[in-house]
Ligand binder design. Sequence first.
Ligand SMILES: Cc1cc2nc3c(=O)[nH]c(=O)nc-3n(C[C@H](O)[C@H](O)[C@H](O)COP(=O)(O)O)c2cc1C
Length: 370
Amino acid sequence: MSTLFAETCIGNMTLKNRFIRSATWENMATEDGHMTDKLYAIYAELAKGEVGLIVTGYANIVEEEQPNAGMMGMYNDSFIAEYQKLTELVHSNDAKIVMQLAYGGTKTTHNVGERVIYAPSEVCERGTQTLGKAMTKDEIDYIIAAFAQASRRAQKSGFDGVEIHAAHSYLINQFLSPYYNRREDKYGGSLDNRMRFLVEIYAEVRKLVGDDYPILVKLTASEFFEGGLTFAETRIICKKLEAIGVDAIIISGNIHGKASTMIGETYDGYTLQQEGYFHEYGHAISQDVNVPIITVGGLSDIAAIEDIANRTNIQYFAISRPLLAEPHLIKRWKQGNKAAVDCERCSKCRTKRGNFCVVHKKRKTNLKPT
Ligand SMILES: Cc1cc2nc3c(=O)[nH]c(=O)nc-3n(C[C@H](O)[C@H](O)[C@H](O)COP(=O)(O)O)c2cc1C
């Protein structure tokens, strides 16, 4: 019997189903990260569409480091009132909402050269070729404190939890990675040392939000390249996260744009799948730890999700692009309509005018009477 629509909990957060809107940068905030009517409307639609938990697009935690245009901000207290309005809107539609917090780092080409961009070491990001500044201990402490302050603001704004973005080649991921992290101090070298930045961020966040507030962490299963973070290391990181009290772990990857060539390939002993790219990795981790595991990437077929739910210990299913195409997808599935999703996984949804499904939009336009 399907348990996808059963009530479950992540920490003290009760969720009405096992579907999550994966963090999705909308490119619709103001230049300095404030809310717009368009953003409120998107979150209202998702909540009305019966997504159990909505994770916001990544929000920057320090004002001077905005890795992308139009992203939400959480770098000072001026955001609290508008996010209170957002969380009330989502709650009034019977959904939960968590804010994703991030320091971008060198995985950016946005306004590079106009600001100092931190990195663990002076190693160019492989995709963007952006070079960062190797952080001093004071700068590390500054970013740790910024994550904690942003989390305090999220709690005050009524968010049901926070998600620390430690995946996709952003700063925390780079600290975990032996490729990006060449440090010789206590933040580099052994895996224990490479994990220290994330562990200290978590500890400082926990101190400010208290024991009962859900803290989620998004990780990359593997960096999928020679010399990068391996899945064996990610498994050890997850055990550490369990030990320190993280409430849920999202297992992602960083294969945007390369998925079609990588699916079916085996890396670190597990295979990337067409339906649920990283679910074999998530399943392996779910057998190691007692923390709810969320899988994300390539989930668009309810029958396939049902099958993963039945075969594995994975508890939650996070979805990004299909919900850009169909914000009411979960409601449709709940009503029993299992027709194919209006998402071609083309990843053309990032546009200068905001991130939305261009294919679906075109189709809708074509349907208009002439
Ligand atoms: C337009 C767009 C924006 C995204 N923004 C974020 C983000 O802010 N934070 C994040 O962790 N992942 C982000 N992602 C990645 C998604 O959360 C997700 O991991 C990825 O798209 C795979 O899931 P899917 O196959 O359901 O789209 C974004 C993806 C897209 C397409």
